[in-house]
Design a protein around this ligand. Sequence first.
Ligand SMILES: Cc1cc2nc3c(=O)[nH]c(=O)nc-3n(C[C@H](O)[C@H](O)[C@H](O)COP(=O)(O)OP(=O)(O)OC[C@H]3O[C@@H](n4cnc5c(N)ncnc54)[C@H](O)[C@@H]3O)c2cc1C
Length: 292
Amino acid sequence: MGEKVHYTTVAIIAGHDPAKLPDQAVEHGAENVIMIRGRNLASYSTDLYTRAISDQIGSRKPDIMLVGATYQGRELAARIAARLRTGLTANAVSLDIDTQGSLVSGVPGYGSKVVAQVACIKNKPQMSTVRPGVFSKQEFPGTNGKIEIVDSDIPDSLDRVRTVSRDVRKTSDIGKAGTVVIGGIGVENSFPMVKEFARKAGAEVGVSRPIADKGLAPRDSQIGSTGYSLKAKVAVVIGVSGAEHFVTGIAGCKTVISVNTDKNAKIFDYSDYCVVADASKILQLLNQGGSK
Ligand SMILES: Cc1cc2nc3c(=O)[nH]c(=O)nc-3n(C[C@H](O)[C@H](O)[C@H](O)COP(=O)(O)OP(=O)(O)OC[C@H]3O[C@@H](n4cnc5c(N)ncnc54)[C@H](O)[C@@H]3O)c2cc1C
């Protein structure tokens, strides 16, 4: 992209006490950082963040704005796009610039069988949300980015949500995990055993979408086209059929080991090691140390 256009890369961060985030943005290639600072921005609020970021984008008028396609990012980007009356391409897996200088975002469709090339050309900024885990983080040693602090004066009264209590959950970035054990609906009833095995193996727990839909695991552990893309060295996939929407999430894994009762399960087409067995029996053995 950098060879085709000469845009300045600016990171925009909202928060109260950003710690090392602005410096990290510079280390990863931001030429400028706009840090919007405010006490009421200390934790994410859709209303306040939308307003704070839209004000900056609206006055600075960038050509392109990219947002991570995380759960918060998707919500935030849609709101900012609506506020700025511009288009938004959701969930991009590739980015390019065409001969007219427009942003072209690759968006998977039909279970990732096609990647549509989408350009929003009418209004600016051209906006896309970009799926986490698709691009590798680059290091730019010795960059000299400028950090600009903007103090926010957005009133609390704009926030339509009142926080009653806060439950801080320890999360980890599954997209970066080296080993992931993934449970599908085939192990719905033995899901605690999947978690136990993952714990013993020092692995992160991932799930197929129906498991997240049922609330058996947090949404941020969902693997697939609307979840995370893995780059794990080893993925153990248990009780998952191998739907197109799921397998896009494991395409980047080095070794895939699958367990399924159905010897014709599609997941085996994407696996290096295939175990045809009842997962609950396998998990029982694995959790006991496999002595039987
Ligand atoms: C727009 C869209 C986006 C989507 N995004 C995602 C996504 O990001 N991630 C995702 O996962 N899905 C996604 N889906 C849903 C996807 O299409 C599938 O429905 C889903 O992946 C199926 O989940 P599953 O494999 O757990 O369940 P199933 O397809 O029902 O498969 C269960 C498997 O478990 C096996 N099994 C049953 N019992 C046992 C046992 N005792 N031991 C071992 N194996 C057993 C069965 O043989 C079967 O193969 C999306 C769908 C749409 C329409």
